[in-house]
Design a protein. Structure first.
Ligand SMILES: Cc1cc2nc3c(=O)[nH]c(=O)nc-3n(C[C@H](O)[C@H](O)[C@H](O)COP(=O)(O)OP(=O)(O)OC[C@H]3O[C@@H](n4cnc5c(N)ncnc54)[C@H](O)[C@@H]3O)c2cc1C
Length: 267
């Protein structure tokens, strides 16, 4: 799929912003120079998603707002980093929650799934990014995420619920199959506690041997099938660049104004 010029510009900006914020000419220059954190919790949320909770290992901590991402130096490397969206709104305790999807053959994610242990120290950089909830009174909101795209949207939702927003909010969440889906407990709890929130789950490739009674299809198609008119809505999407491009197109096709669509790479 071709990247749109807007999305290309966005990715380019994100990466250059990060370089500018780090003000570093080469990776070797920031080896070991991040903020030290400890891994305090590891929990498998699905067959390929790991929840990590990190806490400051010294006096310094990363101050962030909902929607930001951080960079982690891969242990054992000289400043090689990977970026991860923060998966929870800040609660003032310095903790950072991450949702990490295992990419087979991937350097850092294979390390997380095979070698990482609680108590391990990591070097973090950040926060980075511009993703945030735009508090427009009463405006209906549609959110869409694939896989770990849920991470930054969860952070935005936690903050919005904390601020008791009354905007109607619908979240479309898609996973490859039932084994890789995660987040059901959060979704159920939000729906129970917030009458303005609803969610829809779809699987893009459900396993034919496992019973699945929910929606089937990629998130942008499911939105097209289930929504009629998104004029006047705010839209948020998080996932890979391809997911973002497809969902942005669906939002626009359904009448959403381009300047009311906000997106974040997260996976
Ligand atoms: C702003 C931002 C936020 C992000 N947030 C998240 C997030 O919240 N959660 C998340 O899980 N990811 C997130 N990502 C993606 C993340 O930064 C990493 O790119 C991802 O986790 C892969 O890292 P890795 O080191 O495991 O893979 P890499 O080593 O970088 O490999 C990338 C790809 O190449 C393939 N590959 C590597 N080596 C080989 C080989 N020898 N042969 C064949 N294929 C190979 C891997 O399978 C993988 O598909 C985010 C990215 C950005 C830019």
């Amino acid at each position: 799929m071709q990247e749109t010029p807007e999305l290309h510009d966005y990715i380019w900006h994100e990466l250059n912003d990060r370089k500018a914020e780090l003000a570093l000419p080469g990776t070797e220059d920031f080896a070991g120079k991040g903020v030290p954190y400890s891994v305090t919790k590891m929990e498998k949320l699905s067959n390929d998603i790991m929840l990590l909770v990190l806490e400051p290992a010294g006096n310094e901590k990363i101050e962030y707002t909902a929607g930001k991402y951080i960079s982690i130096e891969i242990p054992g490397t000289e400043g090689m980093t990977r970026d991860y969206s923060i998966g929870a709104a800040p609660k003032g305790d310095g903790k950072i929650e991450l949702h990490i999807r295992h990419l087979r053959g991937g350097r850092f994610t294979t390390y997380v799934f095979e070698k990482m242990h609680e108590g391990e120290k990591l070097n973090l950089f950040g926060p980075f990014g511009h993703f945030k909830f735009h508090y427009e009174k009463d405006v209906p909101v549609i959110m869409a995420a694939v896989s770990t795209g849920l991470a930054p949207l969860k952070a935005l939702l936690e903050e919005a619920f904390e601020r008791k927003v009354r905007n109607p909010i619908k979240l479309y969440l898609c996973a490859h199959n039932a084994d890789s889906f995660y987040g059901m407990e959060w979704l159920k709890q939000w729906k129970k506690e917030h009458p303005n929130f609803d969610y829809f789950i779809s699987l893009s490739s459900p396993d034919p041997n496992t019973e699945w009674k929910g929606l089937i299809g990629r998130v942008h198609n499911v939105i097209l099938d289930n929504e009629i008119n998104l004029k006047g809505y705010d839209g948020y999407v998080a996932g890979s660049p391809k997911v973002i491009e497809a969902v942005v197109k669906s939002f626009k096709d359904l009448g959403m104004k381009e300047d009311r669509i906000f997106y974040d790479i997260a996976g």
